[in-house]
Design a protein around this ligand. Sequence first.
Ligand SMILES: *Cc1c(COP(=O)(O)O)cnc(C)c1O
Length: 348
Amino acid sequence: MGSAILSIDLEAITANWRALDAMSAPDCQTAAVVKANAYGSGITRTARALAQAGARRFFVATSEEGATLRTVLGAGPQINILGGHMAGDAEMIRDRQLTPMLNSIEQIMRHLEALPGHAFGVQLDTGMNRLGLEPAEWQAVAELVLQAGPELVMSHLACADEPDHPMNEAQLATFLAMTDGIEVPRSLSATGGILLGPAYHFDLTRPGIGLHGAAPFHGHNPYHLALPVIQTRLVAAGEPVGYSNTWHAPEDRIIATVLSGYADGLHRKLSGKVRLWHGDTPCPVVGRVSMDLITVDVTHLPEVPDYLDMIGPHQTVDQLAETAGTIGYELLTQLGARYNRQYHGARA
Ligand SMILES: *Cc1c(COP(=O)(O)O)cnc(C)c1O
């Protein structure tokens, strides 16, 4: 028995990528967004598996992530930096052959001055008010920028996980108004936008969360998280368990302590709400989730197992996230850096 085991099925991840790829027309490219250590799955194995499955273009948030990814993938695949060209990054962008998505006039000037002739893309803000050039800014610099030969013009949807939200059509109209007539490849959609249909696909889509089978896409679940039981005790009726005595045994109970806690991204908010699983049998968490430990009522099990499952067929990433009051994105990207990640389903 060792540390907690996070098993990641790379075949499920690549199957999700293929399924999302199949939703757009053959001449629409499907990239892979692998920022934040590939949503916590581990960028090395996940990006390699996606490249083997056919992904030729990747997105990360920062140049540092891009430099790491270049080492993982080698020369060839295009690596786009969503944060654009930050001050001080020119050397890394040049040496690691990264393609920044320039998102302000300041970044455009910085890039064209520091690395003339080096690949770049442009990020437009179509209403989210987070990142990218506003329509008036774009109008002012579009001619100059287009002469410099961007590889991609992109924007991002704020409400794509709500198909009926009027913001989707509004952003689509703004994107069209800002980009119609230009000959540069265009991209508007992440996972949610892919599901909105062909009008949103343009020349390239950028799925991230969907590769992990999580909402808004309902794909294959690549994740299984097994937490080791490190101690078991009989708690007599009336005795408390855990910090602040929030739970008292209503009768004699067998309580297992598993090694994992909020330092592994299993939020303290899960206290008293979540269940772990032994095969098909649920086991309720009792008392507070602490930093590295969780206490679980296993009285009803025939014997105490070596591991209990936190994520698996009975409790998906989305379900666990909902219980914690958050979303799959946050849960996945916070899952224990110290977990033993075990990969299967890939060739290399
Ligand atoms: C994170 C991100 C994506 C991927 O989004 P998902 O919802 O995870 O598919 C795509 N584009 C941009 C600009 C992003 O920031």
